[in-house]
Design a protein around this ligand. Structure first.
Ligand code: C2E
Ligand code: CA
Ligand code: CA
Length: 696
């Protein structure tokens, strides 16, 4: 029975070996495991089941040796089936003795555990790769059980939390971990307890919500984001921790950049407006004050000394402003050389006046940068309102309006906003609108004023003078729109139109007559100015030596070197250049000598002074003799009386211009005037004057 039992067992290979290892019995399990039938294997040595390597290593003999000496050998290893394939075997070999104590052989039990081994191997590989993944994650990770104990965590977690690895090992309770974390902070035991309970409460709420959640912790200068998964059915969940310290630093930096001016590190326009808005919202009933500050003369400083010096000056200016304020007040840089101040404390009108004066004084103090001494100044516009009664945009607009008026009234001043200032602004905007359309609507025209030679009284040149006729405004005097058009940047475009139109018209004049055209400073300082003049002349087909460009000192003083080179290039083309309005601006004699002018135009005011002031003729004479010295012709403007004409002629002025000879004339009247003038006999002053009076 027992033999039958053993023979029929199929899960285990059970067989007997002779003392030398020869197989002497074989059961069904052995046949199944190794593929041999009893007939095939009985009589063979059991070492056949071993791999060649094991056999060479003497493994079969060693196993028998151990079974002999210890009574039993147990082991695992690869064995070979009849068909050559291998299987993973667990083996027990026991020595068997007869009753008389004689060694009969060995009982051998082998089990095929290949499947088992495969699973175990797989599991180990999975675990290895899991460890690999966990160990190399940039995030820390903890798996908590439903009992809120650690099941698994990676080293990164311990590192991020600043805890030793063993404080996160399996079985540690979440409360203990939090306790460790909060103990590192400067808290009393009671506070630690409260924090721990609070945090656990948060974790529970989030993990139980079914969606998980996120918390951010900061400690030791680090910021970490904790992500909690939702709880699984058994109550476990995963918490990952990510170090966002660097990201937060960058984010803070970006947000700082978005709200601050890079040069001065002052708040920018956007954040100024935000702060104003929240101040208005929270200051119930108190006064809110905004000062708009615009630096005077900053642009020339920047242009003359360069941007590095300009930047340094802006930094110093912003420090000076800050020094005048209390800690809660805010100074912002709105852009360029514009600043704004927001007063937080309920300032009285008198306080604000005092502050504004102090600011003006501070900002006009000389600034020393390296060897440069820079003197700026400022204009200030102020708007005050009760918090409940205004909104940020109105307050800002009012401060801007007041600033505009402060600048218009001669700079270096402060102005409070007053109702009615909108109107002025509105008028400006209307004017701007109308001017922009004037070009397209053909509202501009040109009048021509003859200039005569003082000796012959003959026409020598004609000055083109811009006129604007608007349907609603009528004829607008040049003084009322040219400086404004200059300010809003329209003059280059308009000036270009004047140049082409006047040259085209001048083609109809006698061909020795020069056309004089006024240049605006912005037009003259455009980088492509010379090119655009050349283009216009080519287009119109006008000879350059019949063109005279009139330019004022103001246009040159900003950048004398650049002006000099532009003038030289113009002269090189054969175009004449006149210094206009001499005597009203800087009247720099050195400018006269260094710039390649072909003509000086003495301003009207000197001619008028001839009748009133004795020194006027002295000055005119000086200019004339200097002009003669350097070979530059002199024209006197604004000649209205024959007395003036005579004096100026005697003083040596080459040319005369004024109502005495002709007012500026429309195109058609000009040709009439020219006709009459050329008909009149040269040198006959009376006849000439008679004609010109008719033309007037
Ligand atoms: P300006 O260049 O000094 O032009 C001479 C001004 O004196 C003209 O004034 C002319 O009408 C005026 N005038 C001429 N003779 C007499 C006189 O005997 N008595 C008096 N009281 N005035 C006389 P207007 O036409 O009003 O032009 C004013 C200024 O506007 C010009 O002064 C010039 O600076 C500017 N301007 C005129 N047209 C242009 C232009 O096309 N471009 C530029 N950039 N400026 C222009
Ligand atoms: Ca002129
Ligand atoms: Ca003039």
């Amino acid at each position: 029975m027992f033999r039958l039992l053993v023979q029929s067992v199929t899960d285990y290979a059970i067989y007997m070996l002779a003392p030398d290892g020869t197989v002497i019995s074989w059961n069904a399990g052995a046949e199944r495991a190794k593929g041999y039938s009893a007939a095939e294997i009985v009589g063979q040595n059991f070492s056949n089941f071993y791999t060649a390597v094991d056999r060479a290593g003497g493994l079969p003999q060693r196993a028998l040796g151990i079974a002999l000496s210890d009574g039993k050998f147990e082991g695992q290893g690869w064995r070979i089936k009849k068909n050559g394939s291998r299987f993973w075997a667990t083996v027990v070999i026991e020595s068997v003795y007869s009753e008389s104590g004689q060694l009969i052989g060995f009982a051998k039990v082998t089990r095929d555990l290949s499947e088992h081994k495969r699973k175990a191997d797989e599991l180990r590989e999975t675990k290895d790769s899991l460890d690999l993944a966990l160990g190399n994650m940039s995030q820390g990770l903890i798996l908590f059980s439903g009992q809120e104990q650690v099941v698994l965590s990676n080293a990164r977690m311990a590192e991020l939390l600043g805890l030793p690895n063993e404080r996160l090992k399996r079985g540690v309770r979440i409360a203990e971990i939090l306790h460790d974390l909060y103990s590192a902070l400067d808290l009393t035991p009671g506070e630690i307890q409260i924090e721990v309970q609070h945090t656990i409460g948060q974790f529970r709420a989030m993990t139980a919500s079914g969606k998980g959640g996120q918390t951010e912790l900061k400690w030791g200068g680090r910021s970490c984001v904790l992500n909690h998964s939702a709880k699984t059915e058994d109550g476990s969940w995963v918490t990952t921790v990510e170090d966002v310290t660097e990201r937060r630093v960058i984010e803070d930096r970006i947000s700082h950049l978005a709200h601050h001016d890079a040069l001065t590190d002052l708040p920018n326009r956007m954040s100024f407006r935000n702060r104003l808005e929240s101040l208005i919202a929270e200051a119930s009933g108190g006064k809110v004050t905004v000062l708009y500050i615009d630096l005077d003369r900053f642009k020339p400083v920047n242009d003359t000394f360069g941007h590095t010096v300009g930047d340094a000056a802006l930094k110093i200016v912003s420090k000076r402003m800050q020094a005048q304020l209390r800690r809660r007040d805010i100074v912002a840089r709105l852009g360029g050389d514009e600043f704004a101040i927001l007063l937080f404390d309920n300032a009285s009108l008198e306080d604000v006046r005092v502050l504004a004066s102090r600011l003006l004084r501070e900002l006009s103090r000389v600034i020393c940068i390296g060897d440069f001494q820079i003197s700026l100044g400022a204009s200030i516009g102020i708007a005050m309102a009760s918090a409940g009664e205004t909104d940020p945009d109105i307050l800002l607009r009012n401060a801007d309006l007041a600033l505009y008026r402060a600048k218009a009234s001669g700079r270096g001043h402060y102005r409070f906003y007053e109702p009615g200032m909108e109107l002025v602004m509105q008028q400006r905007q209307d004017l701007e609108h109308d001017l922009r359309y004037a070009i397209y609507n053909n509202e501009f025209s040109i009048e021509y004023q003859p200039i005569v030679s003082s000796k012959s009284n003959r026409l020598s040149s004609i000055e083109a003078l811009l006129r604007w006729n608007n349907a609603r405004r009528g004829n607008v005097p040049p003084a009322d729109f040219i400086p404004f058009a200059e300010e809003i940047g329209l003059m280059p475009q308009i000036g270009d139109w004047v140049l082409r139109t006047a040259c085209r018209e001048a083609l109809n004049w006698p061909d020795h007559i020069v056309v004089s055209i006024n240049l605006s400073p912005t037009q003259f300082s455009l980088p492509n100015f010379v090119q655009s003049v050349t283009d216009s002349l080519i287009e119109v087909g006008f000879p350059p030596n019949r063109l005279e460009l009139e330019i004022t000192e103001t246009a040159m003083i900003r950048d004398i070197a650049a002006a000099g080179s532009t003038l030289s290039r113009i002269r090189a083309l054969g175009i004449l250049v006149a210094l206009d309005d001499f005597g009203t601006g800087y009247s720099s004699l050195s400018l006269l000598r260094t710039m390649p002018f072909t003509r000086i135009k003495i301003d009207r005011s000197f001619v008028q002074d001839l009748d009133r002031r004795a020194d006027a003729s002295t000055i005119i004479q000086a200019v004339v003799s200097m002009g003669m010295g350097i070979g530059v012709a002199v024209t006197a403007e604004g000649v209205e009386t024959e007395g003036q004409a005579e004096t100026l002629t005697n003083l040596g002025c080459d040319n005369l211009q004024g109502y005495l000879f002709s007012r500026p004339l429309q195109r058609t009247h000009l040709s009439e005037w020219i006709k009459n003038n050329s008909l009149s006999h040269a040198g006959q002053k009376e006849g000439f004057l008679k004609n010109s009076h008719q033309a007037m």
